[in-house]
Design a protein around this ligand. Structure first.
Ligand code: ATP
Length: 252
């Protein structure tokens, strides 16, 4: 479980997060949604310990994230950032295997268990056929799946994803999110697409200018009267098989 209370992060004079409370339960997908600049990526960075907190608390399974050593943090939290560019010309297989490095001390070599975990992560994300391809030569969608495979190979108990459907075609958007939903992990994911968020997240946290505008099950958060003032666009909602779906009206 990941919990934050009153979490605050500032960049210089900009308050990127201001008093954010979040509870992400085990075995559930928690979606971070909100307009551009509302603080979603900063929230993930704060959970990874990549930005300093200006206030509040952030815990993973009850332990203060700031107190964890890098290796302990990596054993608990795996992350896929929005854009990752490697300086090294790795193949997909080498990149996924790197997810196992957290379990290896110093220069020790990979074990059969590491290789099995890497194979399984590639199978789950549908990239087994790409093992020998250079990471730099993949399409955006293939690359995204390879990065998710590396995070799965890490076998952490908590997964942090920053727009995992970016670059994916509609079929893979659904495939990746349905995979994420099936994982027995505590997942926190940034999503821009509110209709995908409605379908695959158990809980949503709607951020607006660094504050929580609404939090709860998608059906409660995705109300037109909540969404319209935050995104500044008119919205109609229909519910399909109990899942809210939003239609946005053209501006002007
Ligand atoms: N490194 C930085 N230095 C200064 N300000 C930053 C930095 N990173 C983010 N910000 C500011 O912090 C606020 C939150 O940014 P953040 O990237 O967390 O938002 P976001 O919701 O992820 O946005 P997007 O949907 O556009 O990716 C914005 O006002 C942004 O300009």
């Amino acid at each position: 479980m990941i919990e934050t209370s009153g979490l605050a992060v500032t960049y210089g004079r900009t308050a990127a997060l201001d008093g954010v409370d979040l509870t992400a339960a085990d075995g559930r997908v928690t979606g971070l949604v909100g307009p551009n600049g509302s603080g979603k990526s900063t929230m993930l960075r704060a959970l990874l310990g990549a930005v300093r907190r200006a206030g509040g608390t952030a815990t993973v399974d009850g332990d203060d994230l700031a107190s964890l050593k890098p290796r302990e943090r990596a054993e608990r939290l795996a992350a896929v950032a929005q854009e990752e560019h490697s300086e090294f010309p790795l193949t997909v297989w080498e990149s996924v295997l790197l997810g196992r490095s957290v379990h290896r001390g110093g220069w020790s070599s990979y074990t059969d268990e590491d290789r099995d975990a890497a194979h399984e992560a590639m199978r789950q994300t549908g990239i087994d056929g790409l093992a020998d391809r250079p990471l730099g030569g993949l399409s955006g969608g293939e690359r995204q799946r390879a990065l998710i495979a590396r995070a799965l190979a890490q076998a952490a108990t908590h997964l942090l994803l920053d727009e995992p459907t970016n670059h994916l075609d509609v079929r893979y958007q659904h495939e990746i999110l349905s995979l994420v939903k099936r994982l027995p992990l505590c997942t926190v994911t940034v999503l821009h697409d509110l209709n995908l968020a409605a379908r695959y997240c158990d809980t949503l946290v709607l951020l607006d200018e660094g504050r929580v505008a609404a939090a709860g099950p998608p059906a409660e958060v995705l109300r037109p009267e909540t969404i319209e003032p935050v995104y500044r666009i008119a919205v109609s909602r229909i519910d399909i098989e109990g899942v809210p779906q939003l239609l946005f009206r053209p501006l002007g």
